[in-house]
Write a protein that binds this ligand. Structure first.
Ligand SMILES: NC(=O)c1ccc[n+]([C@@H]2O[C@H](COP(=O)([O-])OP(=O)(O)OC[C@H]3O[C@@H](n4cnc5c(N)ncnc54)[C@H](OP(=O)(O)O)[C@@H]3O)[C@@H](O)[C@H]2O)c1
Length: 325
């Protein structure tokens, strides 16, 4: 790879800021421009993050010839439009999770990227961290035997102030925000798409979004996955894969430690063994650099955009059950 990717960032919210900060240390990328619906916000974001160009509309950013790739960091139902527009303008796109809120949205985006010959990836950064590759390796080698059950959890606590995560019109709630991780993880560990989905939930009295939700997925190979997500708890994050010969416990599945990531292998009749990833890296930098390498043709995507379709199917089914009255 010779040229660095020149990034344009869409949106000036929380994760856009984190991405911009982490791009500073990227090997294969530079911060080039930011686009906001409000020029004043774009200018403030550019100043804060050392970005040369600020655009007062997303369209202006797609039209910027000095931008090679666009990072889309808008709320969940606001991904499809900018992704389609950026691809049509000849930009590569890294889109925040979940790529789309429905199967149809995801299929349209994947088709548009193929047609335009541009790279499109969903920003599931935990998938590019070496900890996740280690999990896949342990499963692939059959070290815990045949996988039977997968458990995962992603819960956190929101304050009372307005947040896109509690806005029903923006598909707020735990399902789309963090359930997407658990579903993605379950599908990865099961190696299949689920054939049955069950869920229970509590909608917030005021927000009407799922504030606590638990779900079970059944896979055609007999594997069952259980997960729970929430936006009102003090915290709770972990994953575990149970097999016929042992299990794998992952204390930090979604944001592995950059210096010292650990997972615990518990084999029947043996003492638990900690498997360690030393200096695995910062997930956002790994994600940006992996994206650049895919664009350059130096490697295949660790998780292709088509993978988002399976997640959208599950989330959209549960969402419709929750909100069908
Ligand atoms: N990978 C991760 O670890 C991670 C963590 C958090 C969030 N995320 C994902 O990142 C995306 C954005 O989340 P966030 O926490 O950054 O949200 P946020 O702080 O609310 O920012 C969203 C930004 O999107 C733009 N936007 C466009 N249409 C909007 C609308 N109708 N309402 C509100 N904002 C709108 C706004 O930028 P302008 O006003 O400047 O246009 C806003 O600043 C989501 O898909 C979320 O799931 C990923």
């Amino acid at each position: 790879m010779t040229e660095k990717i020149r990034w344009g960032i869409i949106g000036t919210g929380m994760i856009a800021r984190t991405f911009a900060k982490n791009l500073t240390d990227s090997t294969y990328g530079v911060k080039q421009a930011v686009g906001s619906r409000d020029l004043t916000k774009a200018q403030a974001f550019a100043t804060e993050n050392g970005i040369a160009k600020a655009h007062g509309s997303y369209e202006a950013l797609y039209g910027d010839p000095t931008v090679d790739a666009v990072y889309v960091a808008t709320p969940h139902p606001c991904h499809h439009q900018p992704v389609m527009a950026a691809l049509a303008a000849g930009k590569h796109v890294l889109c925040e999770k979940p790529l789309g809120v429905t199967e149809r949205e995801c299929r349209e985006m994947v088709a548009a990227a193929n047609e335009a010959g541009m790279t499109l990836l969903e920003a599931f950064m935990y998938r590019v961290h070496p900890q996740t590759q280690l999990i896949q390796q342990v499963l692939g080698e059959g070290r815990i035997g045949r996988v039977c059950t997968i458990r995962s959890s992603f819960c956190y606590g929101l304050g009372d102030a307005y947040n896109v995560r509690t806005d029903l019109s923006l598909r707020g709630g735990g399902l789309y925000d963090v359930g997407c991780y658990c579903i993605n993880f379950s599908r990865m560990a099961a190696g299949r798409e689920p054939d049955d989905i069950t869920a229970v939930w509590t909608l917030g009295e005021e927000t009407r979004v799922d504030e606590n939700l638990a779900a079970a997925l059944h896979f055609p190979n007999g594997i069952v996955a259980l997960f729970d997500v929430g936006v009102r708890s003090a915290g709770g994050v972990s994953a575990e894969i149970l097999g016929t010969d042992g299990s794998l416990f992952i204390p930090k599945p979604w944001s592995p430690n950059s210096k010292h990531a650990e997972i615990e292998l518990r084999l029947k009749g043996k003492p638990a063994e900690m498997l360690t990833v030393k200096d695995g890296g910062v997930s956002f930098q790994l994600e940006a650099d992996h994206f650049a390498q895919v664009v350059a043709g130096d490697c295949e995507p660790l998780i292709p955009a088509t993978n988002a379709i399976g997640n959208a199917v599950v989330m959209d089914k549960i969402w419709h059950r929750m909100h069908s009255g």
